[in-house]
Ligand binder design. Structure first.
Ligand SMILES: *[C@@H]1O[C@H](CO)[C@@H](O)[C@H](O)[C@H]1NC(C)=O
Ligand SMILES: *[C@@H]1O[C@H](CO)[C@@H](O)[C@H](O)[C@H]1NC(C)=O
Ligand SMILES: *[C@@H]1O[C@H](CO)[C@@H](O)[C@H](O)[C@H]1NC(C)=O
Ligand SMILES: *[C@@H]1O[C@H](CO)[C@@H](O)[C@H](O)[C@H]1NC(C)=O
Ligand SMILES: *[C@@H]1O[C@H](CO)[C@@H](O)[C@H](O)[C@H]1NC(C)=O
Ligand SMILES: *[C@@H]1O[C@H](CO)[C@@H](O)[C@H](O)[C@H]1NC(C)=O
Ligand SMILES: *[C@@H]1O[C@H](CO)[C@@H](O)[C@H](O)[C@H]1NC(C)=O
Ligand SMILES: *[C@@H]1O[C@H](CO)[C@@H](O)[C@H](O)[C@H]1NC(C)=O
Length: 832
């Protein structure tokens, strides 16, 4: 009672406020027009002239709220195409559609004005009528002039795009479809469909909460590049209007009015094309966009491509890989893809472990059939080739396309969709890739790798060869050393002729003895290497000859010397105490000679005084005995081949010792003379037949002895830069003096009166006999001994010597103008 009373009062108030308005007679046939003094109650409706559409209050399924909407009159399934008060429902059935005093159409309910269709008719009192057309458009017209339309519902679309509607910018206002909140709530939902007045004209978008969710691609005048369905021309005529006034919209019309069709932005974010089927009496979905996956904006992220045909739809562009593979495997692909092989362009050095090739190998382009990405940079060039080179020249450019103009893209490529029909975008997208991504580019790469491999293996082989040879050489050397060692052990060690006095030293022992071959211990430099003084731990002083590795003295010569000298024993031959063969070192260890060598004293005036005649004669005798031993009394028959004063060593008692058997040769006992191709020795001491023809025998040693003898007597070198009288060597001079009977002039002045003339004379005589040119004229060493030993030999007639070897060399004819160069200057042929 109380409630009913309250409602009555409210109604009365409204009636008072809005003057009187008469509800349209419910009994009458439905009308399409609401007259100025009429109103439309909940439950009543307007029906268009040919009964296509109906306007009235409705409630969506599952809702009790009352909305004013337009729906198909003839279709049994309630299909609302327009809602007036979508955001301001009437809570109950008290709603009323009526005009106010200015002609504005409005919805009022028990609480007052709920919704006003239109404002603005306030300046002058107008009388208006509302009319629902068969197109579904509700018009508000001047009551006196029906062609003066003040409002039409088509200007304010909700979620449905009907034939005749305009979608886009009309009179500076963008008309968009907005989905219902959900199927039982027509209030404005999350999805919008329409043009983007700020973006490319003629391109449709779906927004979800103000972000782009889908786009149709560009309108090429006939179709949308990505949504050919959107305007399929079967039953409709489409019109795209882009006027100079700023209007920019799509509209369409039906060719056949019996076809009932519409577009709906549905609550799930799909734009649907629906067709009423009379036969099945239901709405058929002709198509819907976006398609379930790919048309979602940038579904696959940067550099990813969506393809409806594939499962899953997302993949990466060629040359790219998922940025977050774990996410991708769960179909979360927004993160996109990253490049696998860096572009050549702008690359400095070795990134990602790939070899950087010379600049001549450039990035290349792969043409792919995808929807062109958004936001291209336009470039005003005339040909695809120019477009391509522009892209190639900018390291940031990742793709280009040339249709009517050149479009370039920088950085990541977004929202790529695979196109199935190649004709859709002529030219397609040209994606920039590193050259290795291409089969022939890879061939290049393979070539480089192959070359490197081959070179590498060759180098390796060379190295192995070198290594092997070195190893082999070392092995051979070691083997030789071992055999030599064994040989020496077998032949010398334990030879009881001299007891165990020949020793094989270890290198460390030798190094210890010589204080690691210190310079302080160096005695001199021999032909084959330096000689050091050393002291063995148990006392004896030794001379250590360390054969230099570059000495050229082969293993044979080394072996030769050892075998010879080690087996020889004579007080006038230097004694070899041992040797060391280890790690390539070849060392000979001799007894130490306190007074060095004969030449050290003989040719130095200050030291020569120490050699009085007695000593000199002793030395001569010693040498003679040593030589005789070599030539005759040793078990072998040995030719020294390199006798000279520097090879005569002197011990602390001035006893001479012949040394340096490196060149000595063993003769079989019946062999008299041998020939060698390699003439080695020292000029000045070499017999003529040896020096010129390589013939050697004991007589060539005799010749050398003769030269030494003269040197000992005279204290002068045979060979040298010295001129003696008219001769350029000692032999010539001695011969000259001898012939002239002035042999005393030959005698070293430092000897003074210590000499016994007859001995000196005999020595000169013997010497001249020894150096005769013809080898057979020379005496043997045993004859020499006899000649020298005979104390009373003053009277014993010695043979008269013939002129000595090299006598012809003397420059007698050029006495007045002595030459500065003498062929026979004391050069040693260092065969060593
Ligand atoms: C008001 O409505 C009545 C019918 O209820 C009608 O006869 C009359 O002509 C209308 N008046 C105007 C001014 O339209
Ligand atoms: C209504 O139908 C009639 C005939 O059925 C037709 O002549 C007329 O053009 C139609 N009107 C509209 C608005 O469709
Ligand atoms: C409309 O016509 C009526 C008479 O038919 C007149 O009284 C009224 O003033 C006219 N209104 C306008 C706005 O012209
Ligand atoms: C009716 O309205 C139209 C459009 O506003 C106008 O052109 C026309 O002159 C009006 N007719 C009359 C009779 O006022
Ligand atoms: C278009 O730009 C204007 C001004 O920049 C902005 O207010 C409006 O929201 C934009 N519209 C769309 C659909 O982005
Ligand atoms: C209109 O469509 C209906 C149903 O499809 C068809 O029967 C009719 O022939 C069509 N009319 C014309 C003019 O095309
Ligand atoms: C919206 O449209 C899609 C595609 O046709 C459909 O699958 C979906 O069910 C529709 N949503 C509603 C609420 O009808
Ligand atoms: C490339 O992009 C980088 C960073 O975005 C920028 O610093 C550089 O200037 C660009 N180079 C060119 C040639 O556009």
């Amino acid at each position: 009672m109380k409630k009913g009373c309250g409602r009555g009062i409210v109604l009365l108030a409204i009636l008072l406020l809005f003057i009187s308005s008469n509800p349209i007679p419910s009994s009458e046939a439905a009308t399409d027009t609401l007259l100025p003094n009429q109103s439309l109650k909940d439950g009543q409706s307007l029906v268009s002239a040919n009964k296509t559409f109906e306007l009235g209050f409705f409630s969506p399924q599952g809702s009790t709220d009352r909305y004013v909407g337009i729906w198909y009159h003839n279709i049994p399934v309630q299909t609302v195409v327009w809602v007036a008060n979508r955001d301001r429902p009437v809570a109950d059935a008290t709603g009323l559609i009526k005009f106010d005093m200015y002609g504005n159409l409005m919805i009022v309910d028990a609480r007052g004005v709920s919704f006003v269709f239109t404002y603005g008719f306030s300046a002058s009192t107008k009388s208006t009528t509302a009319k629902l057309l068969d197109s579904g458009n509700l018009l508000l017209m001047d009551a006196n002039n029906s062609s003066h339309v003040l409002y039409e519902s088509f200007d304010y679309p909700t979620d449905t795009f009907l034939p005749g509607m305009k979608l886009g910018v009309v009179r500076w206002r963008n008309r968009l479809l907005a989905s219902w909140r959900n199927s039982d709530n027509p209030s404005t939902g999350d999805f919008l469909f329409g043009e983007n007045p700020n973006g490319t004209h003629g391109q449709m978008f779906i927004w979800q909460k103000n972000t782009i969710y889908w786009d149709s691609g560009e309108w090429n005048g006939e179709i949308f590049s990505l949504a050919q369905e959107l305007l399929s021309p079967n039953f409709f005529e489409y019109l795209y209007v882009s006027s100079s006034l700023g209007d920019d919209y799509f509209t369409y019309s039906t060719k056949n009015t019996s076809i009932v069709s519409r577009y709906v932005m549905n609550v799930s974010g799909r734009i649907q094309r629906l067709l009423w089927s009379e036969t099945t009496r239901e709405w058929l979905v002709l198509w819907s966009l976006p398609k379930p996956q790919c048309d979602v904006y940038n579904l696959c992220g940067a550099n990813g491509v969506c393809s409806e045909e594939n499962v899953p739809q997302c993949s990466c562009l060629r040359g790219f890989a998922p940025l977050t593979p774990a996410e991708w495997s769960n179909s979360v692909t927004k993160s996109g893809c990253e490049r696998k092989i860096s572009l050549q362009c702008g690359q400095k050095g070795d990134q990602n472990g790939y070899l950087t090739l010379p600049n001549t190998i450039k990035d290349r382009f792969l043409s792919i059939n995808v929807k062109l990405p958004a936001d291209p940079q336009y470039l005003n060039v005339g040909s695809p080739a120019e477009c391509q080179s522009s892209c190639l020249n900018n390291c940031n450019c990742t793709a280009y396309a040339f249709t009517n103009h050149c479009q370039l893209w920088y950085g990541n490529l977004k929202d790529l969709k695979r196109l199935n029909d190649a004709s859709v975008t002529a030219g397609g997208l040209n994606l920039r890739l590193a050259p290795f991504e291409f089969p022939d580019g890879r061939k290049n790469w393979i070539w480089v790798v192959a070359t490197a491999t081959v070179l590498g293996s060759l180098l390796f082989m060379f190295y192995m060869c070198y290594w092997w040879r070195r190893k082999e050489r070392e092995r051979r050397k070691l083997y030789q050393e071992q055999t030599l060692y064994a040989f020496i052990r077998g032949n010398l060690n334990g030879h009881d002729e001299r007891g165990p006095s020949f020793t094989l030293f270890s290198f460390s022992k030798v190094a210890d003895a010589t204080e690691n071959f210190s310079a302080a211990n160096k005695l001199g430099e021999g032909g084959f290497g330096p000689v050091y003084k050393g002291k063995l731990p148990w006392g004896p002083v030794i001379a250590v000859k360390r054969l230099s590795k570059s000495s050229g003295q082969g293993l044979e010569e080394f072996k030769n010397e050892i075998m010879l000298i080690a087996k020889l024993q004579h007080r006038n031959l230097v004694r070899l105490l041992g040797c060391c063969i280890q790690g390539g070192e070849r060392i000979l260890i001799y007894e130490y000679m306190a007074n060095k060598s004969l030449d050290y004293f003989l040719f130095e005036e200050t030291r020569a005084v120490q050699l009085d005649w007695g000593r000199r004669f002793n030395i001569i005798e010693g040498i003679v005995h040593g030589l005789l031993y070599l030539h005759k009394h040793s078990r072998l028959r040995i030719i020294h081949r390199d006798l000279k004063v520097s090879n005569i060593l002197l011990d602390d008692e001035w006893c001479p010792k012949i040394s340096d058997f490196g060149l000595a040769r063993i003769f079989s006992s019946n062999e008299v003379q041998a020939n060698t191709n390699r003439v080695v020795g020292t000029f000045g001491y070499m017999s003529p037949e040896y020096a010129s023809e390589g013939l050697f025998s004991t007589k060539s040693d005799v010749f050398s002895f003769g030269v030494m003898l003269l040197e000992i007597v005279s204290g002068k070198r045979n060979a040298g830069f010295h001129q003696y009288g008219n001769s350029f060597n000692l032999l010539g001079y001695a011969w000259e003096m001898w012939i002239e009977g002035k042999w005393q002039e030959l005698v070293d002045p430092v000897i003074g009166d210590t000499c016994k003339d007859y001995q000196v004379c005999k020595c000169v005589h013997v010497a001249l006999l020894c150096v005769q040119e013809c080898a057979s004229d020379r005496p043997t060493m045993s004859e020499v001994i006899t000649m020298l030993a005979n104390e009373n030999s003053e009277n014993v007639a010695l043979e008269t010597p013939n002129h000595p070897g090299f006598f012809t060399v003397k420059m007698k004819t050029e006495v007045d103008n002595p030459p500065t160069i003498n062929e026979m200057t004391a050069t040693t042929i260092d065969g060593r």
